[in-house]
Ligand binder design. Structure first.
Ligand code: ADP
Ligand code: ZN
Length: 827
């Protein structure tokens, strides 16, 4: 029997704590469970990561309780989380917490209620067998439901949860998790059941008697008698019997029926109709990709594959067929997609093939919906999960296949909190630990992934044609410097003559247009013409964006908002320039030029609601609008059949960002949005406007030349030692006081080894965005070899050591610190 347990807590402490396991919990304690354990003066929820028979330590505290009937983490998930903790330098407890759906909240309140079919006859026997359980049942028979805390007060704290879990397994009690605010956890529905004890003949006599006196009640009984198991949900009953709640209440009172609570599964996507599955014969290229995947699945060993195929080349169809293979072998699958691409249409497409085997894990779901999804998968009810990066943690049974679609997307990287993991890289690791096949798909793979394919770390399959041989669009680049010279002075040129003319043409043909401007708001900043004053956010070191509809200046980093001044706050001048073009200005220009066009704008400002984004795309697809205008959101998601023109208002917005991935990301965005133009019978057209029309990034995008772009870009990376040739790590220090952030960064920098280290340290320097949300930010950047190399390990090791020493020396709570390994956003 294991007497000791090593437990980690979701706190910023990088090691496990050993506890003694009291006798009565030993039998039920398993690795991967949550437990309650004394910690300092509090009791904390922790995760059991190891059990041991012996321990040299003395004076150990005891585990107070076990919180889950079954482990939440299987061994393979624990292993994955250990890898994440190690690679991304994050405490294991925090990784484990992040790997659970938000619904299983650590601070949740749990309510226990008596099962509907429990009778007191059980008690005598149970009192002999399991006295704790019997005590709990007795308490619940007196009053149900009770919160866990109430139960503890009634029967004593130790082992309550564990005993409740066992009762739950026997179906004698139900447990609901309540979040501090909204109720999450199991949602139940009221069902009405005929009371036992009468034969069908007796029932029919009764119904006959009731019919004249209380026809609605009689009708309710008739419906129940005809229902399977003599029960039906209250809602269905009322509908079928055309009865009111009063009739049912009367039946209840007469003791003829009773109420039971049945668990229902909440599912956001249930509301979307499932289309019919198209039976397709794979093209030769698709078949080749499928063969490679199938081989991997049959072999039951790890393999990784990059499917590089232009948009519309049938990648998704390959994923679908691969999942079918996996299912037929009894294996499960995870499909990661960028959050924004997770439209009901994509989900419906998977559902068309796999019906209700598919579960969606999505941040737009309510916590309850997400919790249910997680449980369906864990129970093996569903074997396919689609979701954004966090879906990689879903406990799919016997995982055989992991797909990462649009693997280059930055949204796979968690940037704003620990663990700052990359969903794609975790996917590869999870596949490795499960002997599964991982498929990365993209039209514009990241340099890292394509390099891995070039160096045979991943197999490469190309899909070179669009399905039905839809031609690639014709791309024209317009030099905006020339356009400006031709235009009126002081007036910003939104549309070049070419783009204007093309829009007009498409509108008159009744075809659809997509316009991309990757900046929201009206003007990106306002500037006084007299003194040059530019309005800045008072919390952040950035300019404020002008929003036309309510005449405000807004910060896009902290949401600070103020009324736009009509006179310069600096010199009192009244000649204020609205510089830079956001989506709202494009919308305005469009309305002036084409007042008849039906335009829908899609950016962060118009997609606030839970389903707003889907609704815009759906209505555009139905043809309710002629023009879809917006930020990078318009480049992703749905496929549109009637779009024949794509216009990029300014390709320069992202091109000169102080980030080594600026060109790569611009190339990807341009390629993606260009891919939305064209259909079977008509070649699409794309117009890209730019003040740097000769930039290699635009030229390669113009010719749909990924390979050319890759070869040029990879050389720069090689020379500079950037990924994929090296690894970066950013340690960022934040404080409301700039000196504090700077001092912390400096002392951390001093703790890093410099002489002879196989990596280089840069800094300490103010971050490019030195102030965000009132916090000054200073950075130390490390650049070293890849992790696979011993030298890469050395970088992680040195970083961890420096962090430990730093944390010992610096107890200043007012400086926060974040470690970002393989950062994708370095501003
Ligand atoms: P991608 O994921 O590369 O953009 P899709 O898999 O969505 O490509 O395919 C584009 C369109 O072609 C979809 O409407 C899909 O149903 C259809 N399609 C895919 N493969 C085939 C095929 N082998 N035969 C006929 N239609 C196909
Ligand atoms: Zn701000």
């Amino acid at each position: 029997m294991n007497e000791y347990a090593n437990i980690v807590f979701p706190i910023p402490v990088d090691h496990a704590f050993t506890y003694r396991v009291p006798e009565e919990l030993r039998e039920n304690l398993k690795v991967g469970q949550r437990v309650l354990a004394p910690f300092g003066r509090r009791r904390l929820t922790g995760f059991v990561v190891e059990l041991a028979e012996r321990c040299d330590l003395t004076e150990l505290k005891e585990v107070a309780d076990i919180l889950d009937p079954e482990p939440l983490f299987a061994e393979e998930m624990l292993q994955l989380c250990r890898w994440i903790a190690d690679y991304y330098i994050c405490p294991l407890g925090e990784v484990l917490k992040a790997a659970l759906p938000a619904g299983i909240h650590l601070e949740s309140r749990r309510m226990v209620s008596l099962g509907t079919e429990v009778s007191a006859d059980l008690l005598p026997d149970m009192e002999r067998r399991a006295p704790r359980q019997a005590l709990i049942l007795r308490a619940l028979m007196a009053k149900s439901p009770l919160s866990m805390a109430q139960l503890e007060r009634k029967v004593g704290a130790r082992g309550v949860s564990c005993a409740v879990a066992q009762l739950q397994e026997q179906g004698l009690v139900q447990v609901e998790e309540l979040l501090p605010k909204a109720a999450v956890g199991v949602r139940t529905e009221r069902w009405i059941v005929l009371q036992d004890g009468r034969s069908p003949e007796e029932w029919h006599t009764l119904v006959g008697e009731l019919t004249t006196r209380a026809p609605r009640q009689a009708e309710c009984l008739r419906v129940l008698l005809a229902s399977e198991g003599y029960k039906t949900s209250l809602a269905d009953l009322l509908r079928a019997a055309r009865a009111s709640g009063q009739s049912v209440a009367a039946l209840l009172k007469a003791g003829l029926v009773r109420v039971v609570h049945r668990e229902v599964s909440r599912d956001y996507y249930d509301r979307v109709p499932i289309p019919e599955a198209k039976a397709v014969v794979l093209t030769q290229e698709q078949q080749q990709a499928l063969d490679v995947i199938s081989q991997g699945l049959s072999a039951g060993t790890f393999s990784a594959l990059l499917v590089h195929g232009v948009t519309g080349s049938g990648k998704t169809q390959v994923y679908i067929e691969a999942i079918r293979r996996a299912l037929s072998m009894g294996k499960g699958a995870i499909v990661l997609v960028p959050e924004i691409a997770l439209t009901p249409q994509i989900v419906a497409r998977f559902r068309a093939h796999f019906q209700n085997q598919v579960t969606v894990s999505h941040s737009r779901l309510s916590p309850g919906e997400r919790f249910d999804a997680w449980r369906r998968i864990r129970k093996g009810v569903h074997r396919i999960v689609i979701g954004p990066r966090s879906a990689i943690f879903v406990p799919v049974q016997n995982l055989g296949l992991v797909v990462v679609d649009e693997e280059q997307e930055a949204t796979f990287k968690q940037m704003d909190m620990d663990p700052r993991y990359h969903g794609r890289d975790v996917a590869v690791m999870r596949a490795k630990l499960n002997n599964a096949v991982v498929v990365l798909g993209s039209a514009t793979p990241s340099l890292e992934t394509f390099y891995n394919a070039q160096t045979q770390k991943y197999q490469l399959v190309r899909l070179t044609h669009r399905i039905d041989h839809v031609p690639m669009p014709e791309v024209t680049i317009v030099d905006m410097t020339a356009e400006r010279r031709a235009g009126r002075p002081r007036q910003p040129v939104v549309f070049s003559r070419l783009l204007e003319q093309k829009i007009e043409e498409k509108l008159s043909l009744g075809e659809q247009v997509i316009l991309l401007q990757n900046r929201r708001g009206y003007a990106t900043f306002i500037k006084c013409r007299d003194c040059g004053h530019v309005e800045q956010c008072r919390n952040c070191n950035v300019t404020l964006t002008f929003h036309m509809h309510d005449h405000t200046l807004r910060c896009h980093y902290c949401s600070f908002t103020k009324r736009a001044p009509t006179v310069c706050p600096n010199c009192g001048g009244t000649d204020i320039l609205f510089k830079g073009t956001g989506t709202q200005r494009v919308e305005e220009a469009l309305a002036q030029l084409f007042p008849q066009a039906r335009v829908v704008r899609m950016d962060m400002d118009t997609t606030k609601g839970r389903r707003a984004h889907d609704r815009i795309l759906e209505s555009f697809e139905r043809g309710e609008f002629d023009v879809l205008l917006g930020t990078q959101m318009v480049a992703k998601g749905l496929d549109f059949q009637r779009v024949t023109l794509v216009g990029v208002i300014s390709a320069d917005t992202g091109l000169f960002f102080p980030d080594f991935r600026a060109a790569e990301q611009t190339f990807q965005l341009l390629t993606q949005v260009a891919g939305r133009a064209g259909r079977v019978d008509k070649r699409g057209e794309v117009v890209i406007q730019s003040y740097s029309p000769h930039h290699y990034c635009l030229r390669f995008a113009q010719h749909h030349d990924f390979q050319g772009f890759y070869l040029q870009e990879i050389e720069d990376r090689r020379i500079l030692g950037y990924p994929p040739f090296g690894r970066l790590a950013v340690v960022c220090f934040e404080s409301v006081k700039e000196e504090k952030a700077a001092r912390a960064a400096r002392s951390f920098f001093d703790l890093l080894p410099k002489e002879g280290a196989p990596f280089r340290c840069f800094g300490p320097l103010p971050a490019p965005l030195v102030r965000l949300q009132r916090h000054y930010r200073w950075q130390v950047v490390l650049k070293g070899a890849k992790n696979r190399d011993p030298a890469g390990r050395a970088m992680n090791g040195a970083l961890r050591q420096a962090l430990q020493r730093y944390q010992k020396q610096h107890k200043d709570q007012s400086v926060s610190l974040a470690v970002d390994i393989d950062p994708v956003w370095m501003l």
